[in-house]
Design a protein. Structure first.
Length: 368
């Protein structure tokens, strides 16, 4: 495979990730994001359209629909076996929609169906929704994102491990070895490496004292803390500045918490903060602006999630978990398990996040 061919594949993969993230994309925006010409993007869209992977529209593309008249869509063979996969996620708004979209895109390409159930960050509700899917006897596999926090985690893992149909964890992993945990498959974002990307980015731009603000109660926090410790140890910088508090605008008392964080920044001479997640980072940025603290001149900011980071002022550098890709890979792994059965060895997959550099951590030539 030539370098040009490899680059085209990588560019089209990124195009599909953006499409699954937003549902629709514009040629102009993609050309700016990927730093190629609009003609190149139009050719990529045309090629993907012919394969039935997207629907070409004026000025851009959308996710494929049954109304798409492309030859690839008309000629796509119907699989001999059509599976239905149950999917239970803890939220249907923040973070999870791109994962669900990625799963549905892969399901459509593979000719399988998704039965989606919304839960909450509560083990009892997780069990209720999972049990309902199994009792209906309409699904052959399960994609699950259960709450694996708390004293009853081992019991929850054991229960999932004994479910009567194949099960795969999404953005979750088993925290310890148990007889059932060793059989469970999972796919998730490599959040620890994503956090390390953020630390190293700030370190490369001269920051030696950095603080970490973790969203209180998030299942992702443990992985982020792991990446923080690894990065700080490897770079030889202090790792003590870790705050576990939610400071989004709708959190009571968030201003007082942010002020205490800034007091700690002054006391430790910290010049940068990594914040999980976007609403918390935007709340801190707003407070800094009110106090006349310049971003990134006086305080650099990096957020973790990249849901709405580009809407901040200034637009925020962000670590973007590969949410759409996680959903797609989850479906592909499940279909592989259903087709091959126990012949296929169990798989556990980590997918790398991406660092999107904007103006909150370094002055760039173009803001987005």
């Amino acid at each position: 495979m030539t370098d040009d061919r490899l680059f085209a594949l990588q560019r089209r993969e990124r195009l599909m990730e953006e499409l699954q993230r937003h549902g629709a994309v514009r040629v102009r925006d993609l050309a700016e994001t990927l730093q190629v010409s609009e003609l190149t993007i139009r050719r990529d869209i045309a090629a993907l359209h012919e394969r039935g992977l997207l629907t070409k529209v004026h000025g851009g593309a959308t996710l494929p629909t049954n109304l798409d008249p492309s030859p690839a869509r008309r000629q796509r063979p119907v699989p001999a076996t059509s599976f239905t996969i149950g999917m239970v996620v803890p939220s249907l708004d923040y973070y999870w929609p791109p994962i669900v979209s990625g799963a549905r895109s892969a399901a459509a390409a593979l000719g399988v169906h998704i039965q989606l159930r919304g839960s909450s960050y509560d083990q009892a509700e997780d069990r209720r929704q999972i049990s309902r899917l199994i009792a209906a006897k309409q699904v052959q596999g399960l994609l699950l994102a259960p709450n694996l926090e708390g004293d009853r985690t081992d019991e929850m893992i054991d229960w999932i491990g004994h479910l009567p149909i194949p099960t795969l964890l999404v953005e979750r992993q088993t925290p310890a070895w148990t007889p059932t945990a060793r059989q469970l498959e999972w796919v998730r974002s490599d959040h620890a490496l994503g956090l390390e990307m953020a630390v190293r980015h700030l370190h490369e731009h001269g920051h030696r004292r950095i603080g970490l603000v973790l969203s209180k109660g998030s299942p992702t926090s443990a992985f982020l803390a792991q990446g923080w410790r690894t990065a700080c140890t490897n770079l030889g910088i202090p790792s003590e500045f870790v705050v576990r508090e939610s400071v989004a605008l709708d959190v009571p008392g968030h201003r007082a918490i942010i002020e205490s964080i800034l007091d700690r920044c002054r006391a430790t001479q910290s010049t940068a903060l990594i914040v999980h997640s976007d609403p918390d980072a935007m709340s801190i940025a707003q407070y800094l602006a009110e106090q006349g603290v310049g971003i990134p001149g006086d305080m650099a900011l990096v957020t973790y999630d990249d849901e709405v980071a580009q809407l901040a002022e200034p637009a925020m550098t962000a670590v973007r978990p590969p949410k759409g890709r996680v959903g797609r890979v989850a479906v592909e792994m499940m279909v592989s398990r259903l087709v091959e059965g126990k012949r296929r060895p169990a798989q556990r997959v980590l997918i790398l996040p991406e660092l999107i550099i904007r103006n909150s951590s370094v002055v760039t030539s173009r803001g987005r």
